[in-house]
Design a protein around this ligand. Structure first.
Ligand SMILES: Nc1ncnc2c1ncn2[C@@H]1O[C@H](COP(=O)(O)OP(=O)(O)OP(=O)(O)O)[C@@H](O)[C@H]1O
Ligand SMILES: [Mg+2]
Length: 303
């Protein structure tokens, strides 16, 4: 059984189509990056999967369940981190977790223990004693993630989990997301603008703009479809050139079809008497791929 499916999933708000005929299926244990500019339809999709919105057309399922008709069962197996998670401001971080833990069926002691463990992992061990109302944006964001993980969910919906986090906290959060997927086999649906992190975490991606899914697949596959090439890049002594290479600042670049071309190119450069200070293979990045699709999406063209 797939963890998540969508079939022609559509949501309109009046005249506005926030999500148009989304179809996808995600295997259990996969980490899916849902990428797209502001207003693309990402949060709308999460709200449809978690039963906060009803589809205008089409359907979706979470672990085989309909999020609208079987909301309780879906919620029992999902952790959700939304853009604005509400906590009780007068309760401490830990008390909030104990409260929400009890709601997802943990015993009072079990919820506290799990809450303490998560706070520690997320660098909030001390802050856990403070009222949640006094948390900074980044602390509140991490507390929300702890809340999403309380009930050991099988599916995690993370809507911008690292927005507003400093680099150290973002790293801790990303490490935790990676662990959830790797060790715990949790399926992760991750909406993010942070393409570098997404590239480290995700096995497959959906690129969405104006409610339309523009691309779906793994990075290599998407890169091939978008026509993004892999390059051999050399940094030589100043002023030196190589045939077939183009200059980009201090680097000379040439597209290659396989990394097996690299040793030969390197040998040729050395044989030609060039001083090679650095040499590297540059595969397409998620950022390269993203801009190809989102750029083309402006014209409504799908690759
Ligand atoms: N409740 C609503 N009523 C009317 N329009 C809405 C509503 N919710 C979302 N929209 C519209 O639907 C579109 C998609 O919004 P959504 O929040 O899904 O985008 P997003 O991809 O999450 O963007 P961001 O990256 O900014 O979070 C936007 O044009 C938005 O204005
Ligand atoms: Mg959003």
């Amino acid at each position: 059984m797939d963890a998540l499916t969508a079939e022609g999933l559509t949501r309109r708000f009046g005249e506005k189509t926030a999500l148009s005929r989304l179809s996808l299926a995600l295997e259990q244990g996969s980490v899916f990056g849902f990428l797209g500019p502001n207003g693309a339809g990402k949060t709308t999709t999460v709200k449809l999967f978690t039963g906060l919105l009803t589809p205008t057309e089409g359907s979706c399922s979470v672990l085989g369940l309909d999020p609208r008709r079987e909301a309780e069962k879906v919620h029992a197996q999902c952790g959700v981190l939304t853009e604005s998670a509400r906590m009780y401001p007068h309760l401490s971080g830990l008390e909030n977790l104990a409260f929400f833990g009890a709601l997802c069926g943990l015993s009072r002691a079990g919820a506290r223990e799990r809450g303490e463990e998560l706070l520690k992992r997320l660098g909030l061990a001390e802050a856990g004693k403070l009222p949640a109302g006094k948390y900074s944006t980044g602390m509140a964001q991490r507390l929300s993630l702890a809340r999403a993980l309380l009930g050991r969910p099988r599916v995690l919906f993370l809507d911008e989990p690292t927005s507003g986090l400093d680099p150290e906290s973002a790293q801790a959060v990303n490490a935790m997301i990676g662990e959830q997927a790797g060790q715990e086999g949790v399926t992760v649906f991750l909406c993010t603008h942070q393409l570098r992190y997404a590239q480290d975490l995700c096995g497959s991606y959906g690129v969405i703009d104006h409610g339309e899914l523009l691309a779906l697949g793994g990075l290599e596959d998407l890169a091939a479809r978008a026509g993004c090439r892999t390059y051999a890049a050399f940094r030589l002594a100043e002023g030196e050139t190589l045939p077939g290479f183009e200059r980009d600042g201090a680097w000379l670049r040439r597209a290659i079809s396989s990394e097996d071309e690299m040793p030969g190119l390197l040998r040729e450069a050395v044989a030609a008497g060039r001083c090679v200070y650095e040499a590297r293979i540059e595969p397409p990045t998620l950022e390269d791929v993203y801009f190809r699709f989102v750029g083309r999406g402006e014209g409504g063209e799908t690759v």
